[in-house]
Design a protein around this ligand. Structure first.
Ligand code: SF4
Ligand code: SF4
Length: 375
């Protein structure tokens, strides 16, 4: 066990659990005759907690904690950013988005660069804020960027219903949602990286519950633990995964019981599936994954920005060179194939001030977390 950790000295429970974790790492490695155990934290917030608190440095070296595709900013494809920029450049159109999308590079630069060049791009805190803007400026078309996972999709569905109720004809959504279970199926079935267990995202699971992950335990024999966001939660989640590995009984357990119910939030699930239906989606750096995105159901297609505003073509380049994008290895970082420092741009051509890939842009991105806390 490495000794240096920034886990607070008063936190005896964390220390106790870490000791137990390290005993189990030893036990599991011997049992499986393995040199290492790889666990994937799917959610970007877990990545931040692990890096910031020093958990990685506190656990036995044989336990690898790899980042997954759980940051909404990182997985938004270049084409989706390009489409958003193309819409923002249309006269009379305003693009409303969460602030962390502003600096994500597309083929044609970022939304921030488009704004500097004269496009009307505004930062909002929720989809309902965008509905409010549309209600107050009826002469402009407002496009809300529907990014994120099962956590945000129900709130966007609610905003669409609210806009419908108010008969707003100048509000639409560019759907860019991603669904977590199909991405995990891709990772669990990949031969390039062997993940032994999943630290599952707390907020997504608040909506989904535990059932949609059962296939990971049943079909792929991967232990799973739905985990909260405190340091204690994460360490306990790791421990619960190691216990499953030691017993050779993979299942989906819930550490984050104070928030997550086995059936999830049925109301949010109903809302989401009333407005949206699953479609194939392209994940940045990863490629297309079947049924891993959401599109409007036929009844709500009038709210789809692509249809409503007749989006065709892509934006003209205003920024970055092609060469740096080719070297970006964000896809491999998000699939757990490499750790951020293994990308040759890490900390050199790619820093949080001048990010090349989205994993360095997002505050929840694995590369940004490593850069800030683990160098
Ligand atoms: S929305 Fe919540 S669960 Fe999803 S990536 Fe962000 S913090 Fe994690
Ligand atoms: S260091 Fe930069 S370019 Fe490399 S994988 Fe991370 S974000 Fe992408």
């Amino acid at each position: 066990m490495r000794s240096s950790t920034s886990v607070g000295p008063a936190d005896n429970l964390v220390r106790l659990l870490l000791r137990r974790v390290n005993c189990l790492v030893d036990e599991v490695c011997r049992q499986y005759n393995s040199r290492r155990i790889s666990l994937m934290e799917v959610c970007g917030t877990h990545t931040m907690v692990i890096s910031r608190s020093g958990i990685r440095r506190a656990v036995d070296r044989r336990l690898e904690l790899r980042s997954g595709p759980g940051c909404p900013v990182c997985v938004t494809s270049q084409e989706e950013i390009d489409a958003a920029i193309a819409l923002a450049r249309c006269p009379g159109v305003t693009v409303a988005t969460f602030g962390d999308m502003m600096r994500v590079p597309g083929a044609a630069g970022s939304l921030e660069q488009a704004r500097v060049a004269g496009a009307d791009v505004r930062v909002v805190y929720s989809a309902l804020d965008a509905v409010g803007l549309a209600a107050s400026e009826r002469v402009r078309q407002f496009v809300f960027l529907g990014v994120g996972f099962e956590t945000t999709a129900p709130t966007v569905a609610a905003a669409v219903l609210a806009a419908g109720k108010r008969r707003l004809t100048n509000f639409s959504v560019l759907p860019m949602f991603k669904l977590i279970p199909p991405a995990l199926a891709r990772i669990a079935g990949a031969s390039r990286v062997n993940i032994d267990g999943f630290i599952l995202p707390g907020h997504v699971s608040t909506v989904l519950g535990a059932k949609p992950y059962q296939f990971l335990a049943q079909q792929y024999c991967k232990p799973c633990c739905i985990t909260g966001f405190e340091v204690l939660d994460v360490v306990q989640g790791i421990l619960m995964l190691l216990e499953q590995l030691a017993k050779q009984e993979p299942q989906v357990v819930i550490q984050y019981r104070r928030t997550v119910r086995p059936d999830g939030n049925r109301q949010a699930q109903r809302l989401m599936s009333r407005v949206f239906e699953p479609v194939d989606a392209v994940w940045r750096g990863i490629g297309p994954i079947p049924d891993s995105g959401l599109a409007f159901r036929p009844k709500f297609r009038g709210f789809d920005s692509r249809i409503k505003l007749g989006l065709t073509g892509t934006a003209r380049p205003i920024g970055r060179t092609k060469r740096s994008r080719v070297a970006c290895r964000c896809g491999e970082v998000m699939l757990g194939v490499i750790m951020p420092p293994e990308c040759r741009l890490f900390g050199k051509a790619c820093t949080p001030e001048k990010p090349v890939g989205p994993c360095m842009v997002s505050s929840e991105g694995a590369c940004a977390a490593y850069y800030k806390y683990e160098q």
